[in-house]
Design a protein around this ligand. Structure first.
Ligand code: UDP
Length: 238
């Protein structure tokens, strides 16, 4: 598993945001993977996920604090957590400043509609080329449309690993653009769900807040994190 940690972006969030800005200025093509314990656990079980993390062309950012700590335990210095929601927010800010284009794919229809309203009022210079809620049967068809529209950024909020697998399948066909799987970020950006209070974020307890708000997350958290920690300790003993 250590080889997966090696792929993480290791510098600070502010340095990463400068990179994001440059990608947009240069019309680069980029697949961003927001890595948390679930991502690494899946990579151990699923070759497709493993390969996309190992692919040097992709950016793997440390979305979860457990990933940052796990890396450090294995002697890999990762500067700080870079939350997927922060990446999504920064992207909206950059797109607005640069007057660039966006496609939104995922979440429930009412959440998506709310998010489009938020973008219209808070990021008025972003041109939304298109959008689709995440419960359509034929998700490949949506991706074919996205690739043909050629947006500067495509945010995909379908949950892991579906969002990453779709991006991985279509990024080769895209001419440009940042493609990023943002999980539950549309729920927060639209205002449908609240992000954890700042104190939770500062204390690296955002995961705990999400479990308190949605106890159904506990099983998923337990299954992923216990297996993840076991792997980290196994690796440490090597
Ligand atoms: N989702 C979707 N289509 C699906 C399954 C899920 O659009 O078929 C959306 C769901 O509405 C939510 C997001 O994907 O907005 C997944 O959010 P979750 O909080 O589970 O992701 P996390 O941030 O925990 O990775």
């Amino acid at each position: 598993m250590k080889e997966l940690f090696e792929m993480l972006y290791k510098k600070s969030k502010s340095e990463y945001f400068i990179k994001l800005s440059k990608y947009l200025d240069n019309n680069e093509k980029k697949f961003i993977i927001t890595a948390n314990p679930e991502t690494f656990k899946l990579a151990m079980e699923d070759d497709e996920v493993y390969k996309m993390i190992k692919n040097e062309a992709n950016d793997v950012i440390p979305d979860g604090i457990a990933v940052v700590r796990g890396a450090r335990k294995l002697g890999i210095e990762v500067d700080e957590r870079i939350a997927g929601i922060d990446v999504a927010t920064k992207i909206l800010e950059l797109l607005n400043n640069k007057k660039k284009t966006l496609y939104l794919f995922g979440a429930k229809n009412e959440v998506l509609e709310k998010l489009k309203e938020v973008i219209k009022s808070e990021y008025p210079c972003i041109k939304v080329l298109g959008s689709s809620h995440g419960y359509v049967a034929d998700k490949d068809k949506i991706f074919e449309e996205i690739v043909s529209l050629n947006p500067d950024v495509c945010l995909v909020a379908l949950g892991i690993p579906l969002q990453e697998k779709l991006i991985n399948r279509y990024i080769g066909k895209a001419r440009k653009g940042i493609y990023v799987g943002v999980g539950g970020s549309f729920d927060v950006l639209s205002g449908a769900k609240k992000r954890a209070p700042k104190i939770f974020i500062k204390m690296n307890l955002e995961w705990l807040y999400r479990i308190i708000r949605e106890p159904s997350r506990l099983k998923r958290f337990y299954n992923n994190n216990v297996k993840f920690m076991k792997e980290v300790y196994k690796e440490r003993k090597k």
